[in-house]
Design a protein around this ligand. Structure first.
Ligand code: ADP
Length: 762
C-alpha cells in the first residue's frame, strides 16, 4: 500500500512512463501545448497568446488542437506552488501526446527544461519572451526577448540631443541581467553618453528624483518593479505611479509601457513576438527541421504615442519613417475615408451627368433650331410643290380639254372630208384623175387622223386614263382585220409579200383581251413593217409560249441598228432625224404599242440588223376562252331597209348632209333634226314610225343625253346610237345610264355605221 507521498511518487513515475512512452502516431490533427509563464488578462501574455493562435490558424494545412496552460508565476512563484502545478499538469496530460510545445517567457521554459523527461524526447519546443538564457536543450528553438538598447539610446540622442539620460533599472534578476547587457553596449557604442542609472532607490526616493528633472534631462525606463526595499509594483502599473512626478519625456522598450506615459522607443512587442513564434511553430509542423532555425532576438519596432510627441513638442521629422504612431487623432477625412470616397464618386458622377445633360441639352437645342429651320424650309418647299402640282394639274386638265376640243374640232370637218371622199370615190361617173385626187385626199386625211389619234392616245397613257375593255375575241379574225385595214391604208406593193402564220385554228383562237388595244399594237407594227420594207416579205405570226401568246411581225426592210433599240420605244423616238420626212410618222406608234403591251400584261422587244430587216415580238397573257363556239360569220347581205325610218340628229349641217349621202342608198327614210329640242319634237310627232335614233352628243341648248332622256320617256325601247367627235371626254357610263345602245366615233366610218345599223334594223 502506498502512503500519500508514496502515492505521489508512484503517480509521477506513472506519468513519466506514460508521457515519455506515448508514441505520436502522426495523427492528422496536431496537438499543441501552449504554456504561458504568466496569467491570463496580463496584457503581455494575452498579446503573445493571441498572436501565436492567430498565426497558427492562418495556415490552412494545419488542423490542430491547442491546450493553453497558464503557470501564473507573476503571482505565485514559491516552490510549493510550482510543485503543485507540476502535479496538476502531469495528471492532466498523462495520456496526451504533444506534437509541439510553445512556451512564453522564462518560467514556462524552465518548467519544460526541468521536466524534460516527462515528454517524448523528440517533441519540438518553440520558446519566446525568453531573457537571460544561453543554454538550450536539444529540440528547443525560439526567440529571445532582448531589448534593442543600441537603437533606443540612438533614438533618444537624436530626439533630445545633448540631454542627460537617466536609465531606470531595478535590482531584480531581470534588472541586473539587463544592466549587464547594457553597460558594455554603452561603453563600446556610446563612450561619451551623458547618463546615470537609477537603481538603488525606494519608490518614494525614485519619485522625488524624477520630480527634480528639468529640461535637458530624459528618463529611459527599462524596468523598475522592485525598489531597494523589495517593495514591488507590477510593470503595468509603474508608469501610473511615476508619471505624475516626471515632467520630462520618458522612453521605454516594452509595449506594455505604451499608452501609459512613454513617448515611445524601439519597442519589444508581445504581439510581434508572438507572431514570430507562431511562424516558427507553423514551419516545424509543416515539416521543417529544428536545425533550420537560429535562436535570435525577437522583432522590435519603433512605436510612438502621438499624445506625448505633442506634449513634449518633439520634432516629428526626426521620428523614423517606418515608426508606428498610436493615439494619433484621425482627421475627419481619414476617419470617414470610405464615406468621402463614396461622396467623391457620387459628386464626380453628378458633375459628369450635369455636364453631359447640359451638352445634350445644348445639342438638342441646336438640333431643335435646325429642325425648325428645316421644317420651315420643307413646308415652304411643300407649299411650292403643291402650287406647282396645282399648276401642273391645271395645265394637264387644260391640255386635256384642249386636246379633247382639238380632236372634236378637227374630227368634225375631217368627218365631212373623209365621208365625202368615200362617196366621191364610189361615184361611177368620176374620171380617173378625179379618183386619183380623191384617193390622195382620203390617204392624207387618214394620215392626219392617225396623227391626232396617236397624240390623243399618248396623252391618255400619260395621264393613266386608259381603261381596258376585255372581251372574248378571236385572234385569227382580229389578224385578218388588221391585215385588211393595213392594205387599205397602204398601196400594196408587188415587191413585198405579206403573209400570216397563225398557230391556232379558228375554233381554238378565242381569248379574252382588249380587242382595240391588241388591234392597235398589231396595226402599228404591221404599218411600220410595210413602211420600212421595199422588197422581200412581211410575216405576221403568233404562237403559244407557256402561259403567253407570242406575236411576231417580221420584215425584210431597212432594219434598225442595235444602238437605237431603246430609243425607238420612247416618245417621238425615231432612228434618224429625217425619218418622218422620208417615211412619214410621228415616232409615237412604238411607244403607244409598248404601253399597251405592258397594260395587257406582256412585254415587247425586237431583233434587227441594218439592211437585214426587223422582227418585233410581243407577248400577252394567253387567256383562252374554252368551248367558245366560233360564230359563223353572217352571210353578206346588202344594207337595205326601205321600210325603216331613222331619226338623225346633228347640229352640223355638213354632218347631216354626210348621213344623207351615206344612208340614202340603203333605202332608209331619214328624219333630220339639227338640235336636241327639234329631235324631241320630231320624235314626239313620229313616235310610232321611227325605228332608231342616231344622236349627236354635243349640241347647244339641249345635248344628246337630255334629248335621249326625253325620247326614252316617250319610248323606252327605241334603239339609240350616239355619234360623237369626243373620244377623250365621252362619258361611256353616262351613255349607258341613258340607255344608249351603241356609240360611233367621228369621223364616221361608213362601213362601221352600216354594220351597226344592220345589227339593230336586221
Ligand atoms: P413612226 O413609225 O411613226 O416614226 P414608231 O414609234 O412606230 O414611229 O417608230 C419609231 C421609229 O422606229 C421609226 O421612225 C423607225 O425609225 C423605227 N422603226 C419602227 N419599225 C421599224 C421597222 N419595221 N423597220 C425599220 N425601222 C423601224
Amino acid at each position: 500500500m502506498f502512503n500519500s507521498s508514496n502515492k505521489s511518487i508512484a503517480f509521477l513515475i506513472l506519468g513519466i512512463v506514460f508521457l515519455a512512452s506515448n508514441v505520436c502516431l502522426g495523427a492528422e490533427k496536431k496537438t499543441i501545448l501552449l504554456l504561458h509563464s504568466y496569467n491570463k488578462e496580463l496584457q503581455w501574455t494575452d498579446d503573445l497568446n493571441n498572436a501565436i493562435v492567430q498565426e497558427l490558424k492562418n495556415d490552412a494545412n494545419i488542423t490542430f488542437e491547442i491546450r493553453v496552460e497558464y503557470m501564473d508565476t507573476k503571482r505565485y512563484e514559491d516552490s510549493l506552488y510550482l510543485q503543485s502545478f507540476k502535479k496538476f499538469f502531469l495528471s492532466k496530460y498523462v495520456n496526451t501526446c504533444f506534437d509541439l510545445i510553445i512556451s512564453t517567457d522564462n518560467a514556462a521554459f524552465d518548467f519544460l527544461k526541468e521536466n524534460k523527461v516527462f515528454f517524448a524526447s523528440d517533441v519540438p519546443v518553440v520558446f519566446c519572451g525568453l531573457n537571460n538564457q544561453i543554454h538550450f536543450p536539444e529540440n528547443y528553438t525560439g526567440i529571445l526577448e532582448d531589448i534593442d538598447f543600441e537603437s533606443n539610446l540612438k533614438l533618444i540622442q537624436s530626439l533630445h540631443p545633448n540631454s542627460k539620460i537617466y536609465i531606470a533599472l531595478d535590482n531584480s534578476i531581470t534588472g541586473t541581467a539587463l544592466r549587464n547587457q547594457l553597460t558594455p553596449i554603452i561603453k563600446t557604442a556610446f563612450p561619451n553618453l551623458n547618463y546615470e542609472y537609477l537603481t538603488d532607490y525606494s519608490f518614494a526616493e525614485f519619485k522625488a528624483k524624477l520630480n527634480s528633472f528639468t529640461e535637458g534631462e530624459v528618463l529611459f525606463l527599462v524596468t523598475f518593479n522592485y525598489d531597494k526595499n523589495g517593495v514591488s509594483i507590477p510593470y503595468d502599473h509603474i508608469l501610473e505611479e511615476i508619471t505624475p512626478y516626471c515632467k520630462v519625456p520618458i522612453y521605454g522598450a516594452w509595449d506594455f509601457y505604451l499608452g501609459a506615459g512613454i513617448v515611445g522607443g524601439r519597442i519589444t512587442s508581445a504581439y510581434y513576438h508572438g507572431l514570430e513564434a507562431g511562424k516558427i511553430a507553423k514551419k516545424i509542423l509543416n515539416g521543417s527541421s529544428l536545425s533550420d532555425f537560429k535562436i535570435t532576438s525577437g522583432p522590435t519596432k519603433y512605436i510612438f504615442d502621438y499624445r506625448y510627441i505633442r506634449k513634449y513638442d518633439i520634432n516629428e521629422e526626426l521620428i523614423p519613417d517606418q515608426a508606428i504612431i498610436i493615439n494619433k487623432p484621425e482627421n475627419i477625412l481619414q476617419k470617414n475615408k470610405t464615406l468621402f470616397t463614396l461622396m467623391l464618386i457620387v459628386f464626380i458622377f453628378l458633375v459628369t451627368t450635369i455636364i453631359l445633360l447640359f451638352s445634350l441639352f445644348r445639342r438638342n437645342k441646336k438640333a431643335l433650331t435646325l429642325e425648325k429651320k428645316y421644317t420651315a424650309e420643307i413646308q415652304n418647299k411643300q407649299a411650292k410643290l403643291k402650287q406647282a402640282l396645282e399648276k401642273s394639274r391645271e395645265a394637264t386638265s387644260l391640255q386635256q380639254a384642249f386636246l379633247a376640243n382639238l380632236s372634236h374640232e378637227i374630227r368634225t370637218p375631217m368627218n365631212g372630208i373623209m365621208g365625202f371622199s368615200d362617196l366621191l370615190e364610189e361615184l361611177p361617173s368620176a374620171d380617173t384623175q378625179v379618183s386619183k385626187y380623191v384617193h390622195f385626199i382620203k390617204y392624207n386625211s387618214r394620215q392626219l387622223m392617225n396623227i391626232i389619234d396617236d397624240i390623243l392616245e399618248i396623252s391618255l397613257i400619260e395621264t393613266n386614263k386608259i381603261v381596258l375593255d376585255h372581251k372574248t375575241i378571236n385572234i385569227n379574225t382580229l389578224i385578218d382585220g388588221v391585215i385588211k385595214s393595213s392594205k387599205v391604208r397602204n398601196t400594196e406593193s408587188e415587191a413585198v409579200k405579206l403573209f400570216t402564220n397563225c398557230s391556232l385554228s379558228n375554233e381554238e383562237a378565242f381569248i379574252n383581251t382588249d380587242e382595240t388595244k391588241l388591234t392597235q399594237i398589231l396595226s402599228n407594227l404591221l404599218n411600220n413593217a410595210l413602211k420600212f420594207t421595199n422588197e422581200g416579205y412581211i410575216e405576221l405570226a403568233y404562237s403559244v409560249k407557256g402561259n403567253d401568246l407570242e406575236f411576231m411581225v417580221k420584215d425584210t426592210g431597212i432594219g434598225i441598228d442595235k444602238k437605237n433599240f431603246e430609243n425607238i420605244f420612247s416618245r417621238f423616238g425615231q432612228v434618224e432625224k429625217g425619218t418622218s420626212r422620208k417615211f412619214g410618222g410621228t415616232g409615237l406608234g412604238l411607244s403607244i404599242s409598248k404601253a399597251y403591251v405592258e397594260l395587257l400584261g406582256g412585254k415587247i422587244w425586237l431583233e434587227s440588223a441594218p439592211k437585214k430587216g426587223s422582227t418585233f415580238y410581243f407577248t400577252i397573257p394567253a387567256q383562252f376562252v374554252k368551248n367558245e363556239i366560233s360564230k359563223p360569220s353572217s352571210p353578206q347581205k346588202e344594207y337595205y331597209w326601205p321600210d325603216k325610218t331613222i331619226l338623225v340628229v346633228d347640229d352640223e349641217e355638213l354632218n347631216l348632209l354626210l348621213f344623207d349621202a351615206i344612208l340614202t342608198p340603203t333605202g332608209l327614210t331619214l328624219l333630220k333634226a339639227s338640235s336636241g329640242l327639234e329631235a324631241v319634237e320630231i320624235f314626239t310627232e313620229n313616235n310610232k314610225s321611227i325605228d332608231l335614233v342616231l344622236m349627236d352628243v354635243k349640241m347647244p341648248e339641249m345635248d344628246g343625253f337630255e334629248a335621249t332622256e326625253q325620247i326614252r320617256a316617250i319610248n323606252k325601247d327605241i334603239p339609240t346610237i350616239f355619234q360623237t367627235a369626243h373620244t377623250v371626254t365621252f362619258n361611256k357610263e353616262k351613255a349607258q345610264q341613258f340607255g344608249v345602245n351603241k356609240t360611233i366615233h367621228k369621223p364616221i366610218d361608213r362601213k362601221e355605221l352600216l354594220k351597226i345599223l344592220k345589227s339593230f334594223l336586221g
